[in-house]
Design a protein around this ligand. Structure first.
Ligand code: ADP
Ligand code: ASP
Ligand code: MG
Length: 921
């Protein structure tokens, strides 16, 4: 944005504040280039203040506001020559506030001085915090002295040393001498005061406020000297002489604007200046007793000053690029918000966004003064503008998410006052909150269901004990009489607030919010939405808070589904899956907004864990080089424990029943499970039923498409039929790729044992072909489909025709078995011939007979024109006969074994999970 200059064209705007009722000073200002009636020119670091022009509402901003008791605005020397110098207020004033980090070192103080000097505003008031950590150090001094720990003396020396060395870096000559003499004088006073606190073993609030405010006194004086050294005449202001506040019982301070304004005018008449460096944080009571605006109060000081001066804008300089959509320390993907309405900023700060003190908004809002949050360490960033924004914004605004940002507050407890005796009884709420007020506790949110059975509210954890006791005693009689059933405390809670002015007019925002929380398996304990609809507040368990924040943030801001994955069993199938993920991850991320991150891989002996995601191009090497001893519990905890990613899936690529026995526990913890492992679904019926019930009750998903037919859509086809109301009559299929191959090739040209040997040679069988020929694997698939169809069968209920001759079942080795198999060829040769004579072929099939509620695995004969007779290679074929597909069954056919297709089946379950979790389709 270009620098901007304008000329005063209408002197009538310079009104005398003495002739103005206080309220007339309320601005209806239009801040736009065409309306700049006052003389000023800026040449600020580039994007400085002017982009507000495009976002400030045109309505509600009337004439420019410059209030001045004298016509003279520019020449301070003229004012000086008069008896009393009056303060001009209005757009000629720019207020800057520099936070502790901005003035944390001597170099940083120099940078701040440069920024002040390069701001060409006609007049500036700079509010400065204590050097970073200094306020903490001061509080620490008090705590030490109060608890009679004499190390307060050395701690005070450290404070002295910090400021002395900073001053030595920054100042010289008379300035240095003046500052050091003041510093030593103050430190001596503090020493005496701390000694008194030490002896008394007690400190009063005003003593404490007096001590802790010194950080600001010193930083403001140093900065003022440096600014002067840079050629800009400036005065420093001890705001205790100007800001008058009334301390309240709730550890807050309420500014007395009228008295402060009166004192400001007096101060200014004695210290006229175009550049004022003022202390943040500190103030006085009406009785002139030093006090503070409480922790982080310098933002509030700047806002009050902005209002007292009717400044053009207040710039709050800090260490981040502006207000983020969520605390950047908690959500790495948070984005900078270009604009926020006053209400949005207030809600964000009230609900925990500590970039701004919550009370900063009200004073500036009254005069429509915009606040700009900017990064002192990144001047090229435009920052965030907080100003009046109409609900029906400009086009750009409409495209924005209805939720502007999220904030959290930790360390809360919920208090639930419950009982049937509350319904319809006037005054219950008042009695409850009266009792809470009496113990000085701060109620952060309130929620009451319309049944009036319970009132639930959140208070800081440290206050809950007193609150609960007060309520117990206040409602003793009602509790004893049973009108109230309980006063319950739920500790370890956090608040998550979603803030946005546009939530008011957008349906479905809360649905989306709660959906995102449900999908991340987060339980919501209480909810509140004010009727202003600027804010939806939910209370969650503290340990879930960051995950909840990330889940909702990614839902509204990124619409990216991020899933943390753990792969168990990096063998043939698991390894192939990892390679497929490696090849596809970038496309998924860029084109489909799905971010799959493998946070761990574990075999039976070694596991590899990562905090950010394993580099899949090197997973094999990394597993060897960096692998640690495998521990499944630790593995699951690691993958799920990553708070940056709201969703976790464990992919079990083993055939291990021990791993399968963990699924229930994982699902309970909100970990999704995907597997080709048949053990869980074909294991004991009661465990299976428990697993499925859990899956139905929760938003946690369990997918196992690849347990039957590898990548073929068999389970999903079956589900589709059932869910749309079809009724399964029979499922019949060739479920084993190995046995498909064997019988497709057992055509009479070779003996059965020769075909088995050929299949083994070609790698179609398990290392021991008996594992295939026994039929157990097919029986497991039959059980899986039978149970999916609603039959309650155990594996032992399935009769299985084993193709392993009885005498060979106990053969020592696979080789021994293969050697002896030819001796038993005769039976099958005969069976095949009999079939052939009737124009039929033999096929090894699994059958689910839903009508008779049974299943079996058998060698059946099919006519040569039956689809099962037409197979080639190792294809699977499955026929579903249903009430809808009665004459012609629904047939699924294709390769049903092999690492690539099985891994592909698992992969498609992973993508299904992503879409269930909200990835765009
Ligand atoms: P200062 O000392 O300048 O007043 P603070 O530490 O009080 O700085 O506030 C700035 C910090 O607020 C940032 O460093 C950031 O970590 C934190 N913060 C929390 N929530 C947000 C948010 N939504 N946007 C920006 N910063 C935030
Ligand atoms: N120095 C004070 C504090 O740390 C005030 C502030 O920096 O805003 O709380
Ligand atoms: Mg702050």
């Amino acid at each position: 944005m270009a620098a901007f200059s304008a000329t005063i064209s209408d002197s009538s705007r310079f009104l005398s504040s003495t002739s103005l009722p206080h309220d007339a000073a309320k601005p209806k200002r239009k801040i736009s280039a065409s309306s700049s009636q006052c003389r000023r020119s800026f040449s600020l670091p580039k994007p400085f203040p002017l982009f507000r022009l495009s976002i400030v509402s045109q309505r509600g901003r009337g004439k420019s506001l410059n209030i001045c008791v004298q016509a003279s605005v520019a020449d301070i020397s003229v004012e000086k020559s008069m008896d009393t110098v009056h303060l001009c207020k209005g757009d000629m004033w720019a207020v800057h506030k520099f936070g502790g980090t901005c003035v944390g070192t001597s170099q940083r103080i120099k940078n701040v001085a440069d920024i002040i000097v390069s701001d060409d505003s006609e007049r500036k008031l700079v509010v400065v915090s204590a050097m970073s950590k200094v306020t903490d150090m001061m509080y620490d001094l008090i705590n030490k002295a109060q608890s009679r720990d004499d190390s307060y003396i050395s701690a005070l020396d450290a404070v002295l040393e910090k400021h002395q060395s900073t001053a030595l870096d920054l100042l010289d000559g008379d300035d240095l001498a003046t500052f050091l003499s003041q510093l030593h004088h103050d430190v001596n006073n503090l020493k005496a005061m701390l000694r008194a606190i030490y002896i008394a073993g007690h400190v009063t609030e005003s003593f404490s406020d007096f001590v802790v405010g010194h950080g600001e006194l010193w930083s403001a004086q140093m900065l003022s000297f440096v600014v002067k050294k840079n050629g800009l005449d400036s005065k420093w202001m001890d705001t205790r002489q100007v800001l008058i506040v009334n301390p309240t019982s709730s550890n807050q301070a309420d500014p007395d604007f009228l008295e402060s304004e009166r004192r400001l005018e007096k101060w200014f008449s004695q210290n006229p200046s175009n550049v004022i460096i003022a202390t943040g944080f500190i103030a006085s009571t009406p009785q002139n007793i030093p006090t503070t605006l409480k922790r982080d109060g310098s933002d509030f000081s700047a806002a009050i000053m902005g209002a007292l001066f009717r400044a053009r804008q207040v710039t709050i300089w800090t260490d981040v690029d502006g207000v983020y959509s969520a605390d950047p320390r908690k959500v790495s993907e948070a984005v900078i918000l270009r604009t926020l309405s006053y209400q949005e900023a207030w809600e964000m700060s009230y609900f925990g966004a500590n970039v701004l003190h919550p009370r900063t908004i009200i004073p500036v809002m009254r005069y429509n003064i915009p606040i700009i949050i900017r990064n002192i360490f990144n001047l090229s960033a435009p920052g965030t503008v907080i100003c009046h924004i109409e609900t029906e914004g400009e086009d750009g605004q409409r495209l924005e998410s209805p939720v502007k940002g999220f904030a959290t507050i930790d360390n809360l407890a919920l208090v639930n006052v419950e009982g049937t005796g509350m319904a319809g009884v006037p005054g219950t709420a008042s009695a409850i909150f009266g009792a809470v007020k009496d113990v000085g506790a701060n109620v952060i949110m309130i929620s009451q269901a319309s049944s009036e059975h319970s009132v639930c509210f959140a208070v800081p954890e440290k206050e809950v004990k007193a609150v609960a006791e007060a309520l117990q005693s206040r409602f003793r009689q009602a509790l004893d009489a049973g009108r109230l059933s309980q006063v319950a405390v739920i500790p370890n809670c956090s608040i998550l607030a979603a803030v946005g002015q546009k939530m008011a007019s957008t349906p479905g925002v809360s649905a989306t919010l709660f959906n995102a929380l449900a999908k991340a398996n987060i339980n919501v304990r209480a909810i509140a939405q004010g009727c202003s609809e600027y804010n939806i507040t939910v209370v969650v368990k503290r340990e879930d808070c960051i995950r909840a924040l990330r889940a909702v943030h990614s839902r509204f801001y990124l619409s990216r589904t991020t899933i943390a994955m753990g792969i168990i069993g990096p063998g043939l199938i698991g390894g192939t899956l990892l390679d497929q993920l490696r090849d596809q991850a970038a496309v998924l991320k860029e084109e489909f907004n799905i971010d799959l991150r493998v946070m761990g891989i574990t075999g039976s002996r070694t596991m590899l864990l990562s905090e950010v995601g394993i580099d899949l191009s090197r997973w094999r090497e990394l597993l060897t080089e960096k692998g640690q001893v495998a521990d499944l519990e630790k593995f699951a905890q690691h993958v799920h424990g990553n708070h940056f990613i709201p969703n976790t899936v464990l992919v079990d690529c083993t055939a291990d029943s021990n791993v399968a026995s963990c699924y229930h526990d994982w699902l309970c913890k909100g970990i999704h499970v995907i597997t080709p492992n048949k053990k869980a679904n074909s294991g004991p019926l009661d465990k299976y039923l428990r697993l499925r019930a859990l899956q139905r009750q929760s938003y946690t998903h369990y997918f196992y498409e690849a347990t039957v037919g590898a990548g073929l859509p068999i389970v999903s086809t079956l589900r589709g039929l059932l869910e749309t109301g079809d009724r399964i009559l029979r499922i019949e299929g060739i479920f084993s790729g190995t046995l498909s191959y064997i019988f497709n090739n057992f055509t009479g040209t070779r003996a059965f044992s020769e075909v088995v040997a050929e299949a083994k040679e070609a790698g179609y069988t398990e290392p021991d072909p008996r594992d295939d020929l026994s039929g157990t694997d097919v029986a497991r698939k039959v059980i899986i489909l039978a149970r999916e169809s609603g039959l309650k069968l155990e594996l032992s209920d399935i009769p299985v025709r084993s193709l392993v001759p009885e005498p060979l079942r106990a053969s020592a080795s696979a080789e021994e078995f293969m050697k002896q198999l030819p001796q038993f060829d005769e039976d099958l040769t005969k069976e095949r011939q009999n079939a052939e004579e009737s124009g039929e072929v033999l096929r090894y099939v699994g059958v689910v007979d839903a009508v008779n509620q049974e299943g079996r695995v058998e060698l059946r004969r099919y006519s040569k024109d039956h689809p099962f007779a037409q197979l080639s290679g190792s294809d699977n074929i499955i026929a579903f006969t249903t009430t809808r597909y009665k004459e012609q069954p629904l047939i699924v056919r294709g390769p049903g074994a092999g690492a690539q297709v099985t891994a592909g089946g698992i992969f498609s379950d992973i993508l299904r999970l992503a879409s269930y979790l909200g990835a765009p389709s």
